[in-house]
Ligand binder design. Structure first.
Ligand code: GLY
Ligand code: MN
Ligand code: MN
Length: 455
């Protein structure tokens, strides 16, 4: 177990990331040498307006620099093992508007790089040339030509960073924990407010307020604050409907801390007490989640864990009478996909749906089509475990019209569940050699949730 504050008191380990990336590239091609070249995201203006668009640093750049400054550049000389960060110089004209920018000295003490220079020196630095320059397609400015290099490669660096990002180091784990702990404060605040709130938008505002006040200025993704049947819309974004008369709230929301995401979902009763039907579905989803989490350790095949979640869903829905027939047949026909249509989870990191999962969205097998991670889980990966059961007419009704599936669904029983909407429970799990660590501490026990809601 790491102490978050102690770890985060150090620097983001950008240099170690550069070395890991080169090591990965050399496994593909032992002759890799030359210079890695990356550009940060540029300052962009809102169309037809004199304000800047919200800034989001490029993740490839951040991974090798830990630097959130816009309009910056980076080189890493593989042969000499020297990294250089190029930051915008002081422009006297803009100081009056924006204040002083970060100086080279400040940057050198903040970031884990060997040298800091200003961006007007990038072209001259590259003029030394070398064997190969490794860059990312469409992420090289027009004024950068690489003329002095013998060779240019625009593919391997991107792939290498995407693959290396899967395995998190101590610092990245600490950042994810921090994002999780802030988001837990925000989730708890929403639980406490849901009974008296009148509209989804009040709860979205409260969630964001708590994140910002506790140090997570950005959201990892657009919050899903879905009341009643809206909970069955997987990526619901409206967040502006009244709560009155609805059973449950599905809150899928996570703050981002220094470019690292959290991604947490809870579902709970708006009036503080689950209805019989809601509680029954919640209990199934919680069992899906707890059993799946307990399966996790290095080397486990994610596809198997996902299948296990379906098996538990089928068992539970058979018990309730929503499904009928044999478990084996239902698994074979993939009828449970009607109720659990998405994958069990995805890698989490600088992107909410992080890189390196190797999904196959063309998979003919519907149960695996939306699984964002395929194959064995390595130690050091952080993955979400987010089973759900949804009552979405748009998804379920085609199954009811298809005789292959309709035979396994009891329409009369199903009819009692539409108002449940959707239940999803989502935690962020670190895979370890012998098991896992759950980085999410937001409550999910029914008794504890109901107690918080009722004050
Ligand atoms: N919040 C998006 C997801 O859970 O994948
Ligand atoms: Mn997720
Ligand atoms: Mn989520």
């Amino acid at each position: 177990m790491i102490d978050v504050a102690t770890v985060l008191a150090g620097k983001y380990p950008a240099k170690a990331h550069a070395k890991a990336v080169v090591k990965w590239m050399r496994q593909k091609n032992p002759n890799v040498t030359g210079v890695l070249y990356l550009e940060g995201q540029k300052t962009r203006m809102i169309e037809d307006n004199d304000s800047e668009a919200p800034f989001r640093q490029r993740r490839y750049f951040y991974y090798l620099t830990g630097c959130q400054l816009p309009d910056s550049y980076f080189t890493y000389d593989i042969g000499t093992d020297k990294s250089t960060l190029f930051i915008p110089p002081i422009e006297p004209e803009s100081v009056i508007w924006s204040g002083l920018p970060v100086s080279e000295e400040e940057a050198l003490s903040t970031y884990n790089v060997d040298n800091v220079r200003t961006t007007n020196e990038v072209a001259a630095a590259l003029a030394h040339g070398g064997s190969t320059v490794w860059a990312i397609q469409d992420q090289v400015s027009d004024h950068i030509t690489f003329l002095e290099f013998d060779d240019k490669d625009y593919t391997l660096l991107k792939l290498a960073i995407e693959e290396c990002r899967v395995i998190k180091d101590e610092y990245e784990i600490a950042l994810t924990k921090k994002a999780n702990s802030i988001s837990t404060v925000a989730h708890t605040a929403v639980l406490k407010a849901v009974k008296t709130a009148t509209n989804e938008r009040e709860l979205e505002a409260l969630f964001i307020q708590k994140c910002i006040a506790n140090g997570a200025r950005e959201q990892a993704y657009h919050s899903i604050v879905a009341s009643g049947t809206a909970g069955a819309t997987l990526h619901y974004v409206n967040n502006a409907q009244p709560l009155e008369g609805k059973l449950n709230l599905l809150l899928d929301a996570g703050g981002e801390y220094q470019c690292y995401a959290s991604d947490i979902t809870r579902a709970f009763p708006i009036n503080g007490k689950f209805s019989t039907e809601s509680r029954a579905i919640y209990d199934i989803v919680l069992e899906m989640q707890l059993v799946c989490i307990d399966m996790l350790k290095e080397g486990v095949i994610w596809d198997d864990v996902h299948l296990k979640a379906h098996e538990i869903a089928i068992d539970g829905l058979l018990k309730l009478g929503i499904l009928q027939g044999s478990k084996e047949d239902i698994l074979k026909t993939r009828t449970s996909v009607a109720f659990f249509p998405h994958g069990l989870g995805h890698y989490l990191g600088m992107d909410t749906h992080d890189t390196g999962g190797h999904p196959n969205y063309e998979d003919k097998d519907t149960i695996f089509r939306y699984l964002r991670v395929r194959g064995a889980l390595p130690a050091g990966a952080i993955i979400t475990v987010e089973p759900g059961i949804y009552f979405c007419r748009f998804i379920i009704e085609p199954y009811l019209r298809d005789p292959v599936h309709a035979a396994y669904i009891n329409f009369d029983v199903l009819n009692k569940y539409w108002e449940v909407g959707g239940v999803r429970i989502e935690d962020n799990i670190l895979i370890t050699k012998d098991g896992y660590e759950n980085l999410t501490t937001a409550v999910k026990d029914v008794g504890e949730m109901e107690k918080l809601i009722n004050g």
